[in-house]
Design a protein around this ligand. Structure first.
Ligand code: SF4
Length: 342
């Protein structure tokens, strides 16, 4: 377990041993569940989950002059959010919360790596990468370098051209990365790490103060039904694009175009498709709806766009061909029976 100061604990609360932290601060979980004076912190925890569910990154409102009192509240709000999530059992909220918290931590990690002058912060970020994700990171001038094998292991699911090893600066078996790229490499794993911590936490006892927020969470979860497009009849390129979005990974513009045009051609409405993009790191509801309406031909020039051909998708690194793709030239043909000439 990495030893953290108060500031660092507020930035990376998922590293805290929750029981020990509460004990060190002189609290018990039962107090939060029954003491009306602590209700504000339970409310804060609820809002932290609500923000995550809506695809927002929770922002700490730390007043520099009252830091000592405020930092523990930040950690408490995370720990209590986990308690509320466990009590609600809502997997869709747990998944969204893990994603949002990983993005929040990602920002701090990147900032800490970039602060070259503040040696301790840089060290902590490097230690987190080493301890949690087994990546040995070293600094070389303005870059962070990792071994080619670490790079390949962690970039395996990245299909954009810039992540291909041939497009990277490699020297003496080391890959050169910016602070942003270094952190980007572990985005998925960071989300999975937080998710597994929540999954492995014990379900606490229900207390009076938790009942109402847990009920609200159950209603909130209904707003985010599980996406119903994981049908086996979708071709691998489309399945892959959906998986990328579900994990909160970035899908390139060409991939979004393919997914949008494919699903529209399959008869799905703009309103049905839009929620798929909610986990995208740069999600903006208005922009998403505008772009989908544009593809559907219901705005702009009125042109209805069609799904690109397999050949085009191959050239964009969006094709994940399987034997069932044999003989088709467009993903829209996937799963249709082939006509056999007699
Ligand atoms: S061959 Fe066509 S349908 Fe199959 S994965 Fe590639 S792009 Fe998709």
């Amino acid at each position: 377990m990495i030893n953290l100061g108060q500031d660092e604990m507020a930035k990376y609360p998922f590293l805290a041993d929750s029981g020990q932290y509460l004990k060190d601060k002189g609290f018990t979980l039962e107090q939060f569940g029954t003491d009306p004076d602590l209700k504000l912190i339970v409310d804060k925890a609820y809002h932290r989950i609500e923000a995550a569910a809506e695809g927002k990154i929770y922002r700490s409102d730390i007043d520099e002059h009252a830091k000592d009192a405020m930092l523990p509240r930040e950690v408490f709000s995370f720990l209590l959010a986990v308690v509320l999530l466990k009590l609600s059992g809502m997997q869709t909220l747990i998944r969204r919360f893990s994603l949002a918290e990983s993005r929040r931590a990602e920002k701090f990690l990147e900032r800490d790596l970039s602060k070259f002058s503040e040696k301790n912060k840089e060290d902590l970020a490097i230690r987190i990468l080493e301890d949690l994700f087994s990546i040995q990171v070293k600094k070389q001038n303005n870059y962070f370098v990792i071994s080619v094998s670490d790079y390949l292991e962690h970039s395996i699911s990245f299909h954009e051209r810039e992540w291909k090893l041939v497009n990277r600066r490699v020297d003496a078996g080391l890959v050169f990365l910016t602070s942003h790229e270094t952190v980007r490499l572990v985005r998925k794993e960071l989300g999975s790490y937080i998710n597994s911590k929540i999954q492995n936490a014990n379900v606490p006892t229900m207390s009076d103060s938790f009942k109402e927020p847990v009920k609200r969470l159950e209603s909130l979860a209904k707003k985010f039904p599980t996406i119903v497009v994981s049908s086996t009849e979708y071709p691998p390129c489309i399945k892959h694009a959906i998986e990328v979005l579900e994990k909160g990974e970035n899908l390139p513009h060409s991939g979004r175009f393919m997914l949008g045009t494919y699903l529209l051609s399959k008869g799905q409405s703009v309103e049905q498709i839009a929620p798929l993009f909610k986990n995208a790191p740069d999600y903006n509801e208005k922009v998403t709806l505008y772009q989908l309406n544009h593809l559907a031909g219901s705005s702009g020039s009125g042109t209805k766009y069609i799904c690109p051909s397999c050949e085009k998708l191959k050239s964009q690194d969006l094709c994940f061909i399987i034997p069932e793709c044999d003989g088709i030239i467009n993903p829209l043909q996937f799963g249709k029976k082939k006509i056999v000439n007699a």
